[in-house]
Structure formats: C-alpha cells, structure tokens
Design a protein around this ligand. Sequence first.
Ligand code: GSF
Length: 202
Amino acid sequence: MKLIGSLTSPYVRKVRIVLAEKKIEYEFVLDSPWTPESTVPNLNPLGKIPVLVLDDETALFDSRVISEYLDNVAPNNKLMPAPNRERTEVKRWEALADGICDAAALLFLEQKRPAKQQSPDWIARQQSKISHGIDYMAKELGENACCIGMHFSLADIAAVCALGYLAFRFPEIDWSEKHPNLARLYAKLMLRPAFADTVPQG
Ligand code: GSF
C-alpha cells in the first residue's frame, strides 16, 4: 500500500505513527495538495492528504477512516478497543485532537494571507477553538498515564500529533507551560520511535 502525504501534516503523521505501531509495511509518497501538479485530487476529490492507496488501487481518506482501517487490518498492537463505549471514547479523543488541528491549519492559512485581507474575527475564532481544545484535553487527561486510562491507544497518537503540530506552527501557544500533564504525556510518547521519527519538519 502507498501513503500519499507530506512531512508537515499532523493528519499524515497520525497515519504514519499508526502504520509504524502496527508494523505495517508501506511506501511513503510525498505529494503536497497545494502544488498545481499534485496527484492528490485524482485520488481524493476533496484534494486533501493523507490518502492511503491499497494494493487493489482503492483510495482511502480521511485520516480517521484510514486509522480505523489499519487498526482492523492487522490483529497486532490494537489501537482501538472493541467495546462500544471505550471505542467511542478513543474516537472522541481523535475528534478533539483533529479538531484542534483543523483550527490550527485554518489559522495558519489565514495568517499567510496579505495582512489587509486577514479577518481578525476569523483568527480569534480559530485561536479560541485551539485554546479551549487544549484546556479540555488537559482536563480529560488529568493524571492518567494515557489519554484513556492506562492503555496506549489511537487517542494518544492523535493527541501528540495535535500538540506537536501546534509546537511546529505556533510555538507561542505554550501548551506545555500551561498544562504540565500534557507535557508529561508528550515527552513519554516521544520516546517511542514511531513518534520521534515523524516530528513535523520543513
Ligand atoms: C483533514 C486533512 C487535511 O486537512 C483528515 O485527513 O483527517 N479530515 C482530514 N489535510 C490538509 C493538509 S494539512 O493541513 O495537514 C490538506 O490536505 N489540505 C489541502 C486542502 O486543500 O485543504
């Protein structure tokens, strides 16, 4: 299978970490959807990365669909529990983390526009989603060893991808200073090669 993505996308990073933790072999194809010659729109009508192209040429998107597919395609190192309530809790964490990434990506794009065209209200709206999302993440984590109690899951992967993306694009948003428990979780998970090998760059 082929993963189409970039070295900066937090959603692509989430899938790369899932693939590594599940020990699934794949080809990583760098293709930014922002370039005119990108092949991404031919695979995903939404023009977004990541896209996972299966061996039968099926194109999977988005990162949540890809992550759940990968967790089910190999029985080892399960990242999502089977029971409905626990599974839903993991997916809610993923929705929270991805939602922080959504707001951060929109904020990044808005601030790349010419200053006169930037909307202060739109910027404030995204900044509010990010700060409320981080505070909620810290409250939910509490003093637990992992996002969901004691067990490593997709929730931890999504959370670190969101926090790492903020550190990459908006280092002034100092979540680690405000929330030492998030800093502890991040530092612990960054010891895992799948996380250390996929830090956003470029
Ligand atoms: C979001 C992917 C996304 O926005 C997912 O995979 O979870 N819900 C989707 N990807 C961005 C790149 S980045 O910001 O990570 C993307 O492909 N943007 C191109 C565009 O045209 O929006």
